[in-house]
Design a protein. Structure first.
Length: 383
């Protein structure tokens, strides 16, 4: 069997420090690769990883040195609990940068997710909260870092952005990451930003809201807007979206809202109408700061960026919960929860990159377990 894909993948992890003593029985590379393949095939905990390895032992022997057998579930648990998550992340990002085939103009959505069952009452350990970067163009997870205890996403986002090449990219972040230092960091790295403004900046939010309420009501011709509202009908409701943007930002700076590289403000209105006798209509307006010039980029592109951000929720977090059962996983020892989650994100990247069959992620995982040839096809995206 051609094992070039596995060898290329393992090269990305050559610099990963082995947390064990030197007299090890099982190679770290074998432990990593067996765990990843087992998760691709549907394994949901270390016991399942071990059982998968034993069931596939004859096949694995064709390209891995398993003279010491398959590692036990305790070995998997101890290794991933002790594995340095920051070093693992650097290796992960080195690999994903190649897999994503990063190009100019990509949209990088940053958002957080809590591993709900990773808490430990007895030890007072809080659930692990992870911040991920999602490349909307390639549907690939580019990076992931855990938020330190007694901290929040504001401290984790800059560390994660430091590991990325932001040149030519647009970074979209929800309200928690709408911070002047983060905007300054993105611009310094030659990227652009689109940051949601909410009540965590009450004065800024109120000023931007008042500006758009007045300009929209007066039908200000200087506003950049969609030529026609976007209309979608689904699940018994109709949603109509309109986007307005303005490059008038000097007044914001005069009022003390001095943001690095700020060139525009954006308003997105969603009008939802529920069909039927008891139908109701609701209207919501959301506001954003951007380093893009609205007159150059246009309202259509800005609207696409706003919608593209939610891919991190709909195509990453939702998929991890539904297809990988992430919220129900009870891994609490050491760094086990975030390192297992990183393996799941690797598996998700590979499954999304394999496009020969038009089925969902859960069915692709089943197919990997049923068919060694299909698993190999998925693994060919490792290198």
């Amino acid at each position: 069997m051609d094992d070039s894909a596995s060898r290329d993948w393992l090269r990305s992890f050559d610099t990963l420090p082995d947390p064990r003593a030197h007299n090890t029985v099982h190679r770290l590379g074998n432990i990593l690769l067996i765990a990843l393949m087992a998760i691709l095939c549907g394994a949901g905990d270390w016991q399942a990883v071990q059982r998968w390895g034993k069931a596939k032992r004859p096949w694995l022997d064709s390209f891995l040195d398993l003279s010491q057998g398959i590692p036990s579930r305790d070995t998997f648990r101890r290794v991933f609990a002790a594995l340095d998550p920051d070093a693992f992340e650097r290796c992960f990002m080195q690999w994903t940068a190649l897999l994503a085939r990063i190009s100019q103009g990509r949209l990088l959505a940053v958002d957080g997710k809590t591993l709900r069952r990773s808490f430990q009452k007895a030890g007072g350990k809080t659930p692990v909260h992870l911040v991920s970067v999602w490349c909307a163009k390639n549907h690939v997870v580019l990076g992931q870092l855990a938020v330190e205890e007694k901290s929040n996403e504001i401290t984790a986002i800059p560390k994660l952005l430091e590991l990325l090449n932001l040149q030519g990219a647009t970074v979209t972040i929800d309200a928690m990451g709408c911070q002047k230092e983060i905007a300054r960091q993105i611009v310094a790295e030659e990227g652009d930003y689109l940051l949601a403004v909410k009540d965590n900046h009450p004065t800024l939010h109120e000023d931007v809201q008042f500006f758009f309420d007045d300009a929209i009501a007066q039908e200000d011709p200087q506003l950049v807007r969609l030529k026609a509202p976007q209309v979608e009908a689904d699940h018994g409701r109709i949603e109509t979206r309109q986007v307005w943007a303005s490059d008038e930002v000097s007044w914001l700076k005069q009022q003390g809202h001095d943001w690095a590289g700020l060139k525009g403000i954006v308003c997105v209105e969603s009008r939802r109408e529920v069909l039927g006798p008891a139908g109701q209509t609701s209207v919501e307006r959301r506001y954003y700061l951007t380093s893009h010039d609205p007159r150059k980029v246009g309202a259509d592109k800005l609207g696409e960026m706003v919608r593209g951000h939610w891919g991190v929720e709909n195509k990453l977090h939702w998929c991890l919960d539904v297809s990988f059962n992430e919220d129900q996983r009870r891994l609490r020892a050491g760094h086990g929860a975030q390192n297992y989650s990183r393996l799941c994100r690797m598996a998700l990247n590979l499954l999304k990159a394999e496009k020969s069959v038009k089925v969902g992620i859960a069915t692709k995982r089943l197919n990997c377990g049923w068919d060694n040839d299909y698993l190999l096809k998925v693994l060919m995206n490792l290198g």
